[in-house]
Design a protein around this ligand. Structure first.
Ligand code: MSP
Length: 678
């Protein structure tokens, strides 16, 4: 942690050829956690994400959907932005390559390159012939190794590709091989993990080819001034986002601060896009006289049950569904805890449930609730007296936390955790914190505070123990806040603290003020049932529900957000992502009957398109059962099951109430059962 100037951190900008994927969520969560950890360590950071929207694939998809390209891009880009909001990603900017600021910036970079000379005095950009296998259906060139043999077939269309040549502009990458090698070997451009660095160096040693930076046949892109029927090659276009977002077009103050003046220009990427990022991008910038990135980290691949994630085989993990079902904290925690960042790892539903229950519900959740409940019981719900320091022997939390050491001194827990975040060892940082969670849980058992409470003479001892325990909880919540922002902020609120976004100053022992009343205590992570390990994230949307926290809002299976640091609600307004948690669907009533012993309740069997459900509705006083059969109603489809008069209800029928009399919501045109209502 010695660099000067702010951290400028980016994720790849994601293709809008499809909806977000768990791999996209993985990179973006890691980027958010690193940014938050930097801020927690008292350093400045800026996080950029966005969407990559040009190219022939987008042209084709929009054509197939029969809508303009821009409309398609708006739709999918919105899905990414929405997912990031629901995952509590605090990005500072979101760039789209169809924005004007991007196009102007990309053209400025293009202009600089067209004028640039290589170290040996040649034009950095030149006209040349691009030759390759062209698929008329894709309207694009395919790499030779992508083709299906025999017959040189396009992998997407199974149609023969034609050998075609076109005049393009090329970038003289070969002239920058020696420079790239030196920058990478010396770590001035640092590539992690080390295996990836070696891979890049091996590519350089194998010889770098000049590459084409314009395309003649693609229309959905940024036309170049030299030849307006050409557009900028989609990778050149996409990579330039990292500077265009900061206002490169006009050298804005933001660009000067976060790119030119950054302590680190750091790109998080996946292992699939290393060559573009670690070779093309620095060379393009260097040739144009623009500062180059200082650091790359390439993450590994998530597989599911040992297999590649693929829509065609149905082996998918839907991040939107995961967040809806388990909440943002659990998803953030699992993705970063389960695998080692930088390596490949396998996602299994069972391990998600195990980690949720063992780590979040049992270890952390129980520690917080036991500590707070004892304070309610034995200290009148107020922070007890602060004991003197140093005390409590080597086992004492405050001693080992070592707040007297500097935050980046790894001899204390605080320094170790912050350093692990810093080196993107997220699972290591969490393991470190969890060793303290276990330590404190054990201390509760060995110290038996309930026995101290029985003996009036031990009151001071009890107070000292509980104060230390609460401080432990507070420091743990603070250190884990980059990964679990909601749980951390809820814990700090329960501790009666006004500040719920911890800062470096909060990572000191003894900040709790004796006499402060605790906030309302509620469970952090209610346990999941074993049966919840079914087709997670990939299950169809109509499903049995998760157990809920008593404090959970209707339609959500995870506890409500704390008021800060991520306000899900502003005043009494909710964010669109909160509304998106409620799954509303058209249901057609198949059968209806009164429930014996109840004046108000009807048992309905409804058709939800591909599923039948039993629902109990309190509309018997307004509707005769036989009048309901065949009617289409609106159903809240993702409510947890509830029993009413002993009858299970899987959802809720929407109705207005006029003087206590139910009036059903209906439709003024024909709609199919199962249709989503938004
Ligand atoms: N648009 C380009 C990037 C341009 S950046 C200038 C692109 N987009 S992408 O939508 O395909 O996203 C790629 C990134 O998503 C990967 O680099 C990786 O970070 C992440 N992942 C996609 N699938 C993944 C897994 N199965 N596992 C882990 N991460 C993966 O490439």
């Amino acid at each position: 942690m010695t660099e000067r100037g702010p951290l400028y951190l980016t994720t790849p900008i994601y293709y809008v050829n499809d909806v977000p994927h768990v791999g996209h969520a993985y990179t973006t969560i890691a980027a958010d956690v690193l940014t938050r950890a930097r801020r927690l360590a008292g350093r400045e950071a800026f996080l950029l994400t966005g969407t990559d929207e040009h190219g022939q694939n987008i042209e084709r998809i929009a054509r197939e959907k029969g809508i303009p390209e821009q409309q398609h891009c708006d739709e999918i880009s919105g899905r990414f932005r929405q997912l990031w909001k629901s995952l509590d990603i605090e990005f500072d900017d979101f760039i789209r390559t169809t924005e004007d600021r991007h196009k102007r910036g990309a053209l400025r970079l293009w202009g600089a390159l067209v004028k640039a000379k290589t170290p040996d005095g040649q034009a950095a950009v030149f006209r040349g012939k691009y030759a390759g296998w062209y698929c008329p259906r894709c309207e694009g060139f395919k790499d030779e190794d992508e083709l299906k043999q025999p017959g040189n077939l396009c992998p997407d269309h199974e149609r023969a590709c034609e050998w075609t040549e076109e005049e393009n502009f090329f970038f003289r990458l070969s002239a920058y091989a020696a420079w790239l090698r030196e920058e990478i070997e010396s770590d001035r451009i640092r590539i992690d993990p080390i295996g990836r660095k070696n891979e890049v160096l091996a590519v350089i040693r194998g010889g770098l080819q000049d590459f084409s930076v314009s395309r003649a046949r693609v229309k959905w892109g940024i036309p170049i001034p030299e030849q307006p029927d050409h557009v900028i090659y989609v990778w050149f276009d996409a990579l330039s986002n990292y500077i265009t977002a900061l206002g490169f077009a006009d050298e804005d103050a933001r660009y000067r601060k976060y790119w030119a003046g950054a302590g680190e220009r750091f790109h998080l990427i996946g292992k699939d896009i290393i060559r573009f990022h670690c070779l093309y991008w620095p060379a393009l910038l260097h040739a144009a006289g623009v500062p180059v990135p200082t650091r790359f980290f390439a993450q590994g691949w998530i597989t599911k049950n040992g297999k590649k994630l693929s829509k065609t085989t149905g082996n998918v993990i839907d991040p939107v569904k995961l967040v809806l079902d388990y909440g943002p904290d659990a998803v953030r925690y699992f993705l970063l805890r389960e695998g080692v960042y930088g390596q490949d790892w396998d996602f299994t539903d069972a391990s998600f449930v195990t980690r949720f229950n063992a780590d979040l519900a049992n270890d952390l959740g129980n520690l917080v609730s036991r500590a707070l409940t004892m304070v309610v019981r034995y200290c009148d719900g107020k922070i007890p007296a602060r004991p003197a320091l140093p005390e409590d022997g080597a086992a004492g939390f405050e001693v080992r936390f070592q707040t007297d050491a500097a935050p980046d001194d790894a001899s204390g827990m605080r320094g170790r955790v912050l350093q692990r975040y810093e080196s993107l060892d997220f699972s290591g940082a969490l393991a470190e914190v969890w060793s303290w969670v276990s330590h404190l849980n054990q201390r509760i058992v060995t110290m038996a505070p309930w026995e101290m409470a029985r003996d009036g003479a031990r009151k001071a001892e009890l107070d000292a123990f509980l104060y230390r325990l609460l401080e432990g909880v507070r420091l743990i919540a603070s250190l884990v806040s980059p990964v679990l922002p909601r749980a951390a902020s809820r814990t700090l609120t329960m501790l009666g603290l006004g500040v719920t976004l911890p800062s470096l100053a909060d990572l000191e022992w003894g900040k709790l003020v004796p006499g402060t009343p605790l906030g309302t205590i509620e469970p952090l992570f209610p346990r999941l049932e074993k049966s919840d390990a079914g087709a997670m994230g990939s299950r169809p949307s109509k499903k049995k529900e998760k157990p809920l926290s008593e404090s959970a809002p209707p339609g959500s299976s995870f506890p409500a957000a704390a008021p800060a640091p991520i306000p899900a609600a502003v005043g009494d307004k909710i964010d669109i992502s909160d509304f998106a948690k409620i799954e509303l669907r058209v249901a057609q009533v198949l059968e209806a009957e009164k429930i014996a012993g109840s004046k108000k309740l009807l048992r309905l069997q409804v058709d939800l398109g591909d599923e039948k459900r039993q629902v109990v509705a309190g509309i018997a006083e307004a509707y005769a059962p036989e009048a309901l059969v065949g009617r289409k109603v609106v159903l809240v489809a993702n409510l947890k099951p509830a029993k009413l008069m002993g009858v299970e209800s899987n959802g809720m029928v929407l109705a207005a109430s006029i003087d206590g009399r139910a009036v059903l919501c209906t439709f003024d045109a024909e709609v199919a059962p199962g249709t989503k209502v938004k």
